[in-house]
Ligand binder design. Structure first.
Ligand code: GLN
Length: 296
């Protein structure tokens, strides 16, 4: 990947991410058999940003189950991740849990009965458990920077609060959301955290994280909504459930085969990692891994 010239641009609108060099690339593949393959900067930590929405959704479903779907939809939005336009016509119900508006509702659900600090702690513990790595932490400076400049997210939360679809004080909900986005992980940790999605909801040691049905459904949402208005293109090129973040990370799942994390900070115009997507496309081609292929 080192020879690729077009690396996209890093997310400049988040202060903590603006100065990160796009000249980085890492990948980790954890196989269903427990094998691990890594390449490049696989042990460099990055801000997982919207990839955290997968873990937050999993936690919210554990708390309220299918009731969640009365407050968040399950359809691709066809709009940018931070768009506000659909919310008015759709009465404050976000299209899906992976656009920012949907993730804010999920953060509101996860906050129920908790102080923000506890809610963030619970999510961090969950991610550490999934990755089997207690060293995973939140980058407070990234969280703070986003809280200071996240006017769009604050607007989205206020707007949904007006419809009654955000139930806690807006600053508490956005505070939790900015902290979950600021979780820092490397590719190896992230690929490990995604193992339950390739193993029908189980950890490699057999521990059940979610039911097989729920894992299947989360994968379906990742495939249809995980790359915002480029989800169709990602399915076309890569053919795996995947979730991107503006830190340049992508978590991709090949059920029964592999959990893959890739990272390169330069983004394409949809806010998805330019090189990361290309790497996954090439991996899919080389291995035949695709949820649409008989070879998988
Ligand atoms: N924290 C970012 C935001 O809310 C997450 C967006 C993303 O990763 N797509 O804008």
């Amino acid at each position: 990947m080192a020879a690729e010239q077009d690396r996209g641009t890093v997310a400049r609108y988040i202060p903590g991410l603006a100065s990160i060099s796009p000249d980085q690339f890492g990948m980790a593949v954890v196989g269903a058999d427990g094998s691990l393959a890594t390449g490049g900067d696989a042990k460099t930590s990055f801000s997982i940003q919207s990839i955290s929405k997968v873990f937050a959704l999993t936690m919210a479903l554990g708390k309220v189950g299918d009731q969640l779907w009365s407050r968040v939809g399950r359809e691709p939005s066809g709009n940018a991740f931070n768009s506000i336009v659909q919310l008015e016509a759709e009465h404050g119900i976000p299209r899906n849990p992976f656009i920012n508006a949907g993730a804010l509702v999920v953060a509101d659900v996860n906050l129920s009965g908790h102080m923000p600090r506890e809610s963030i702690g619970e999510l961090l513990r969950f991610v550490r458990y999934l990755a089997d790595d207690d060293s995973i932490a939140i980058d407070e400076s990234v969280a703070r920077g986003e809280a200071e400049t996240g006017y769009r997210n604050i607007a989205l939360a206020n707007y949904m609060r007006a419809f009654g679809n955000i139930r806690h004080a807006v600053e508490l909900v956005t505070g939790c959301y900015f902290h979950q986005c600021a979780i820092a992980m490397d590719c190896v940790q992230l690929a490990r955290a995604g193992r339950f999605l390739m193993l029908d909801g189980r950890q490699p040691d057999g521990g059940q994280v979610v039911s097989a049905r729920r894992a299947r459904r989360i994968n379906a949402l990742m495939l249809t909504c995980g790359h915002y208005d480029a989800s169709g293109d990602f399915a076309f090129r890569v053919g795996m459930p995947g979730k991107s973040g503006v830190g340049g990370g992508i978590l991709a799942v090949v059920p029964g085969k592999a959990s893959i994390a890739v990272w390169s900070p330069g983004l394409n115009e949809s806010g998805n990692s330019q090189l990361g997507t290309l790497a996954l496309e090439r991996l899919a081609e080389a291995t035949g891994w695709s949820v649409f292929s008989a070879r998988t």
